[in-house]
Design a protein around this ligand. Structure first.
Ligand SMILES: Nc1nc2c(c(=O)[nH]1)N[C@H]1C(S)=C(S)[C@@H](COP(=O)(O)O)O[C@H]1N2
Ligand SMILES: [Mo]
Length: 884
């Protein structure tokens, strides 16, 4: 930076320097104060930070989340339920703040919990500079503040998902619904990243700088990379920042240290920075690969999930922002009286370019793009650029030399009320200095990022006034012309905002909507509050939420094929993900009977996507599973036990912990599809003994892709899961439980059984195995067992050695029968599939008095169906049969 005049004293004093650090000499303190105040008077023409009120109250909402220590501003709109914290301010509030956004209204994008740092630890916050460098370094924040030149300049951050709701209305993407306020600006203070990297001396071959945060997420720490070349280019202004608008970064924005990458998508500006790694290749961090990309528009969510190549192709990674703009006023639903038609209305909004390119024009159309007028642009950033070099907020403000533009600009244009009354809509579009112009049409892509078509406000004429409609409202909030047009059957992609084009036949109704099963009851219009819902979290009268609708599960407790716990475990909660993943169309079509109302707006905002995570600091519990919250276990080993079957061993929370799964019950496993992030949920029965501590073993038959058939989603996700990664578990579920010595609990009723017939096919052995083992391992358990296990080939029989061992040692009470459909010649066991003839011979109803025997069945649906029919034909009654 030798070419730049610097007028700073050293050591530099920072306003947010923690109190316990050794005091700086009083003279340097007062000098600083003087230079600050005088310079601010001389340059009062650049905007200073707006008045700020740091929130002091932890909101009720946050108290159950891992961020329960963190006070936040209640005005922020939550885009992903309560947690993690992803928020934007209402667009007018954001715009009213002016050029700089106060930290409490600055948008937040957190992939997980916020790392908590106590004030006294801040100076010792360490980060490393490692990888392809001659001088790897570990620096503390104190060193960074004392040994490097501090700078202050304004930077606008924008999430790549800004305006994504519009994409989601056209077609659901794999991202949550940002409105147009996923953008904010602050005066950041810190050190040029180039200064730090230069001292570490990158080696020949170094091309990238990877960054990693302190937030541990399901797929590792958050991380990404930028090019080394860019980092070293001071015109690009990449910064390691600790200050924001004259104060220490707030926790949601990366306290105490973050990267700020001007002109690029927010996702590159890693918060809670712990590592800078210089490499020859781009980051291999999960979040670098599966986030912040624009895949080609024809790549569907399924295609992207099946082909990882789409994600690893660097050409589709986003760095520079795209040119974008939005209208802030008129606001959504604003009304304008038409009586004073000669008066002017001032249309206002923001615009930004990418990669340091300046917005050079903003154009407004009132005739659907036939003609345009130029709006007036104000680049507040230039007023800092033009200011004389000075101290500001603990750094030097001095970038008159810099050509790049890092901030948004505001634009405005007056038009008469009469003109607005004569128009259907107001359109705006921006162009940057490379003549990159926003497109008319939306470019849909799987992640819905970089959405930047013309921003359109529809004008509705109502009696005596005009009402303005923005395209959408953020999160799940209803409203906006896009939703209205879509609902009335308009095709939003017709190049005409879904309006009917003259001479074309009426729009087709979107098929995807027809296919969806109606789960609500007509005439049920009750609005239910979150408090009402929470009151019904008891076992006897459980209410639960699916897709914002409230259901009363009381009347279905006995009938639910998965047992009453399937319902009670969701009581008072939103179980949309699980419900939609697990249930058949038939099950869904039964839902209207139990529909009692809709959750009100506030309730939806509070619940949507809510993921109850347990308090990380809570003392470890003796058993792992919880029926009300997903819990994480780490994959430790994968062992192949047959050509298509693996045993996955997961480590529980601590070595002494038991799984907490009663014999005969199941648990749910939830994985995120690596590409689409869709939740995949299936139920399994681990095969490890229920008393085993510290670990659980899950046997899984993998259905992988073959030439003529795509594999199962869960199979593929599990198969590609690296050792050391987390999987979510929840349970127990199931209506059957074996209590020992013939005693069973079937949906709350106790039974006493003298003989079990256990019929299974393939991996259906797993729940059977648990019950069978419980019987044989208890010498005093006199219950008789007949196991009939069907498979195709001899090598398909799972857990055969263990089963044979159990049977051999317990010949007096057990019979173990295998049947094979493709048996080898020397096979002495049964042959053929499990069907009426085999069942009549080996599963004898007539041998038992009513209720003395019970048949447990587990296998593919087709097997369960044919077994059911055959058994009824043999005189068995439904309440003697149990299908897992
Ligand atoms: N460590 C870490 N850094 C992160 C993220 C994160 O989840 N963890 N989110 C990124 C994304 S996608 C964006 S848009 C910006 C948002 O910064 P802000 O929350 O301060 O507005 O932070 C980026 N840096
Ligand atoms: Mo982002």
């Amino acid at each position: 930076m030798s070419s730049i005049p610097i007028n700073l004293q050293t050591p530099r004093e920072l306003p947010w320097r923690p109190a316990h650090l050794p005091p700086t000499p009083p003279d340097s303190d007062s000098e600083k104060a003087e230079s600050d105040s005088s310079s601010q008077q001389a340059n009062s023409d650049f905007p200073l930070a707006p008045p700020t009120l740091e929130p002091t109250q932890v909101l009720e909402l946050d108290k159950k989340t891992p961020d329960s220590w963190l006070p936040r501003d209640p005005r922020l709109i939550r885009l992903t339920g309560v947690h993690p914290f992803n928020v934007e301010a209402p667009l007018s509030d954001l715009f009213n703040e002016g050029f700089l956004t106060s930290p409490e209204l600055f948008y937040v994008r957190n992939h997980g919990h916020v790392p908590q740092v106590r004030d006294e630890e801040i100076p010792d916050w360490e980060f490393t500079v490692e990888g392809l460098v001659d001088r790897p370094m570990t620096l503390t924040l104190r060193q960074l503040m004392e040994e490097y030149e501090q700078q202050t300049y304004p930077i606008t951050l924008v999430c790549a998902g800004n305006r994504r709701k519009e994409q989601n209305v056209v077609r659901k993407t794999k991202g949550f619904s940002w409105g147009a306020a996923g953008v904010s600006t602050a005066l950041f203070t810190g050190v040029l990243m180039a200064d730090v990297i230069r001292r570490a001396k990158p080696k020949r071959g170094a091309r990238y700088v990877c960054m990693e945060g302190a937030d541990k997420l399901p797929n590792g720490y958050y991380g990404t990379s930028v090019k080394l070349n860019w980092v070293m280019d001071e015109n690009r202004g990449m910064m390691l920042a600790h200050g924001m608008n004259g104060e220490m970064l707030r926790p949601d924005h990366g306290k105490p240290l973050r990267a700020v990458i001007p002109g690029q998508i927010g996702g590159r500006s890693v918060k809670w920075l712990k590592k800078l790694i210089v490499t020859a290749e781009p980051s291999d961090n999960w979040y670098h690969i599966y986030d912040n990309r624009v895949l080609p528009t024809m790549v569907s969510p399924e295609e992207s999930a099946n082909k990882p190549e789409w994600w690893t192709d660097e050409r589709y990674a986003i760095y520079d922002l795209s040119t974008n703009s939005a209208i802030a006023y008129p606001a959504h639903d604003e009304r304008l009286s038409m009586t004073e038609s000669s008066e002017n209305y001032r249309v206002k909004g923001y615009a930004y370019g990418g990669g340091g390119r300046r917005v050079t024009r903003v154009e407004i159309s009132l005739d659907q793009g036939k003609t345009w007028r130029l709006a007036n642009i104000d680049y507040a950033e230039d007023r800092y650029r033009d200011a004389s070099p000075q101290h500001l907020y603990g750094g030097s403000l001095d970038f008159g030399w810099r050509e790049a533009s890092f901030c948004w600009c505001f634009w405005e244009l007056d038009m008469s009320v009469a003109e607005l009354a004569g128009a259907k809509d107001i359109l705006c579009r921006a162009m940057d200095e490379s003549m990159n112009l926003q497109p008319r049409d939306l470019y849909w892509s799987v992640l819905g990022m970089m959405n930047n078509p013309w921003y359109r406000i529809a004008i509705c004429k109502e009696d005596g006034h005009l009402r303005f409609e923005h395209p959408t409202q953020p999160a799940l909030m209803p409203g906006g012309w896009m939703e209205r047009v879509k609902k009335s059957g308009g095709d939003l992609t017709n190049g005409f905002w879904g309006e009917q084009i003259e001479g074309q036949s009426s729009p087709k109704v979107i098929e995807e909507e027809k296919a969806e099963i109606k789960m609500t009851k007509d005439g049920v219009n009750e609005k239910i509050t979150i408090d009402d819902l929470r009151k019904h979290d008891k076992e006897d009268a459980p209410w639960f939420v699916v897709n914002g609708e409230v259901y009363d599960g009381t009347a279905f407790l006995k009938e639910h094929p998965g047992g009453a716990t399937s319902i009670t475990s969701a009581a008072g909660l939103d179980c949309s993900d699980e419900f939609m993943a697990i249930h058949s169309e038939t099950a869904k079509s039964m839902m209207p009977d139990y529909h009692i109302g809709s959750l009100d707006e506030e309730g939806r905002a509070a619940l949507a996507g809510e993921d109850i995570t347990l308090d990380e600091n809570a003392p470890p519990s003796p058993s792992f599973l919880s029926s009300r919250a997903w819990k994480k276990a780490i994959l430790r080993t994968k062992k192949s036990v047959s050509w298509d079957t693996h045993i996955f061993t997961f480590k529980l929370e601590h070595d002494d912990q038991i799984l907490g799964l009663p014999t005969g019950q199941h648990l749910m496993i939830r994985l995120r599809d690596p590409a689409t992030r869709e939740a995949i949920i299936r139920s399994y029965t681990p095969i490890s003994e229920i008393s085993k501590r510290g670990y659980m073993d899950v046997l899984v038959k993998l259905y992988l892709d073959t030439n003529d058939r795509p594999g199962g989603k869960m199979s593929k996700a599990l198969d590609s899961l690296p050792i050391g990664h987390y999987v979510d578990f929840k349970g127990p579920i199931g209506k059957f439980q074996y209590l020992g010595k013939g005693r069973c609990d079937v949906n709350g009723d106790e039974r006493h059984v003298k003989t079990f017939y256990m019929i299974c096919g393939g991996s259906g052995i797993t729940p059977i195995y648990q019950v069978f083992r419980a019987v044989v391992q208890d010498r005093d358990d006199k219950t008789k067992c007949v196991v009939l296990d069907g498979n195709r080939l001899l090598e398909d029989i799972l857990c055969k050695a263990e089963l044979d061992g159990f049977a051999k040692d317990n010949a007096e009470k057990c019979r173990l029968l295998y049947t094979l459909t493709q048996a080898p010649e020397e096979w002495t066991g049964l042959r053929g599939r499990i069907a009426a003839p085999l069942l009549s011979e080996h599963v004898g109803r007539k041998l038992h008095a009513d209720g003395e025997a019970m048949v447990l069945v587990c296998g593919p649906e087709a097997l369960e169906k044919s077994v059911h029919q055959a058994l009824l034909g043999n005189g068995w009654k439904d309440d003697e049969l149990l299908f897992f």
